[in-house]
Design a protein around this ligand. Structure first.
Ligand code: ZN
Length: 229
């Protein structure tokens, strides 16, 4: 490109020397444009935050009203009263009704995490909607640590603890970014399980195998020491 090649900026009209053949704006205008774009992006992403917050507020408010109404309906019509009837009468979609009512199953730990802002009410409702009540803490941790989207929560299939690890593995494979989290989770799970065994009374183990266990623990202690170095 010739050193003499110059053109007027399409934004401000100032004649400038383009750095690339196709740049039509002077550096000053281009900088301003990018700057504005960054600003605009911030506003754009803020919309999502605002909507999430609104959705949480609505979910909470609907839950309070619907669960109150559901209890009242049960008192009046006993077993004839169903969630479906509630949804029809209250004119709230059935899926929304189920999701809101599922918050009745949320445990203390989960609400605490909501209070700390680590988990949205909407996601908690989706988690509670899954059939497994027993593993709520594990599923909640999975959702927070791997930052699962509401869509991914919907695809979770968890009926036992093994499923959680399998699901975590499946998601880790799906999203490369969470592989490290997955490795950490399995490592931690292993350590937790080990701790439980160490709490076990020795009398529960066959006497003849105690030497073997002691030998293995000594070796493990050695290996852990090396790992921590
Ligand atoms: Zn310009």
């Amino acid at each position: 490109m010739s050193k003499l090649f110059k053109r007027p900026c399409i934004k401000c009209g100032k004649v400038f020397q383009p750095t690339g053949k196709f740049s039509k704006q002077c550096d000053k205008c281009r900088y301003k444009h990018n700057h504005n774009k960054d600003q605009l992006k911030k506003f754009y992403f803020k919309n999502k935050e605002d909507l999430d917050k609104l959705r949480d507020d609505i979910t909470l408010k609907k839950w309070r009203i619907l669960s109150k109404a559901y209890k009242q309906g049960k008192k009046i019509w006993k077993t004839k009263f169903t969630r479906e009837k509630l949804s029809k009468y209250m004119d709230i979609p059935y899926t929304t009704t189920l999701r809101c009512l599922s918050l009745n199953r949320a445990n203390k730990n989960s609400w605490e995490l909501v209070k700390q802002g680590k988990l949205s009410v909407f996601k908690l409702a989706m988690i509670c909607q899954s059939k497994s009540r027993t593993y709520q803490d594990e599923i909640v941790n999975l959702v927070i640590e791997d930052n699962l989207s509401t869509y991914q929560i919907k695809t979770l299939k968890v009926n036992n603890l093994k499923d959680i690890n399998l699901e975590r593995h499946r998601l880790a494979v799906e999203n490369g970014y969470s592989r490290k989290n997955s490795a950490y989770f399995h490592f931690r799970r292993w350590a937790e399980r080990g701790k439980i065994f160490l709490l076990m009374d020795k009398s529960y183990l066959p006497e003849s195998k105690m030497d073997d266990i002691e030998e293995r623990l000594k070796k493990l202690k050695e290996d852990i020491g090396k790992y921590l170095e």
